[in-house]
Design a protein around this ligand. Structure first.
Ligand code: GLA
Length: 388
């Protein structure tokens, strides 16, 4: 078990008793690229997680060990530098804590993970939130979850260079077993939506595509949305984000916006609408209706927002031809990672076999499959009952 391994490694390495914390990855059911536009999203934490063991040491240097990778790193306040490695996310979190007035404190850290990296399951958000929560517990800071989510977003922006929204850290911190969360990224509040679909399974198909340019393209999409808001604001003073924009306004100002910006902004406005329809479907138990909206979102992400890729489109096309699949779409920032598929349980094995065969034949690369369930957000584990 992951927690047992991490705890054992921590005790061997540091001869101390740590705080033990689990931090899940997330899926997003619908509402893509809306979070940084003050829109709505529908994520959920999943049963794949990081486990952190953290304790304060008496010095000014943090010693961290990524137990699965067999990699270690030590850093003090003057060593915090940007980058995309796991150590930079930890540095970003400690920097964020320091920025809000918490003196830098050396920590001993061991962590392990069962969340695949680069698959769009927000392993980086789980990494940041797990470490942030464990740090808060180990130092008895009692930071609010929302505060930790914002520091995680800060770490992504400032240390990893991705201008992401609040969705991923929020989902990792606020998840609830058997529920999705309807998160309003303007008020940054949520309500839980029960996910009652006993005969359905969420299956992620990992294309195993990782595009190097994904973060650049992500930041470019965000810029297009900001351009739309700036332009529309000159016509309608009340507009602060795409959340305030209607399709009529966009159509009225289409020429001024230019085709590229118009299409991107229209996607966001329509995606917020699709999400509201999707939540109504889930609440009524209309999973066929919900599935159709997933596919609409996919093709809009692909053809309009232009964040898909050949492999993801291929996976969705296969899924669309399979009658046990209610819906399928790319998930997350895009340009690779997973598709999210809503499948009748008795068809899951058949679907896996079919997709595997077709994907390998087309791309000479094997996809991965993750069957996921909706789980609780970040929480503390008790170290004592674990037998090691
Ligand atoms: C990434 C970002 C999120 C969100 C999604 C797209 O996962 O981290 O903030 O913008 O892409 O919905």
């Amino acid at each position: 078990m992951l927690a047992t391994r991490v705890l054992r490694r921590f005790r061997e390495q540091f001869q101390q008793e740590p705080v033990l914390v689990r931090a899940p990855g997330r899926v997003n059911l619908i509402g893509e690229h809306t979070d940084y536009n003050e829109g709505l999203v529908l994520p959920a934490a999943i049963d794949r997680e990081f486990v952190f063991a953290v304790a304060a040491n008496s010095g000014p240097v943090t010693h961290a060990l990524a137990s699965d990778k067999q990699e270690a790193c030590s850093f003090g306040l003057d060593d915090l530098v940007p980058g995309r490695g796991w150590q930079h996310y930890l540095m970003g979190m400690q920097h964020g804590f320091h920025q809000i007035g918490i003196p830098f404190q050396g920590l001993n850290v061991v962590f392990g993970s069962e969340i695949p990296e680069g698959a769009g399951l927000s392993s980086s958000a789980a990494l940041c939130c797990g470490f942030g929560f464990a740090m808060s517990e180990a130092l008895q800071l009692n930071l609010a979850r929302l505060g930790i989510a914002k520091i995680a977003q800060y770490a992504e922006h400032t240390f990893a260079g991705v201008k992401c929204g609040i969705m991923d850290p929020y989902a990792s911190l606020f998840g609830k077993s058997g529920h999705a969360m309807l998160l309003d990224c303007r008020s940054i509040t949520h309500e839980y939506v029960p996910w009652m679909s006993d005969d359905l399974q969420l299956v992620l198909v990992d294309s195993r595509v990782k595009h190097a340019l994904a973060s650049t393209a992500y930041n470019e999409r965000r810029l297009a949305c900001e351009t739309a808001v700036r332009t529309l604001h000159t016509f309608y003073a009340g507009i602060k984000s795409l959340r305030d924009v209607t399709e009529v306004m966009l159509l009225e100002r289409q020429d001024t916006l230019g085709e590229e910006v118009f299409v991107k902004a229209r996607f966001v406005v329509q995606e917020n609408r699709r999400l509201q329809q999707a939540v109504a479907c889930i609440r009524q138990g209309d999973f066929e209706g919900f599935g159709r909206l997933l596919n609409q979102t996919h093709w809009a992400l692909s053809k309009e927002y232009e964040v898909s890729c050949e492999e993801l489109d291929f996976l969705v096309t296969i899924a669309e031809e399979e009658k046990g699949v209610l819906g399928s779409r790319m998930m997350g920032g895009g340009f690779g990672g997973c598709t999210l598929n809503l499948i009748r349980r008795h068809r899951v094995d058949f679907f896996r076999g079919l997709v595997f065969e077709k994907y390998v034949a087309q791309f000479e690369k094997e996809p991965d499959f993750y069957l996921v369930n909706l789980a609780d957000g970040v929480s503390r584990l008790t170290a004592s009952p674990i037998q090691i």
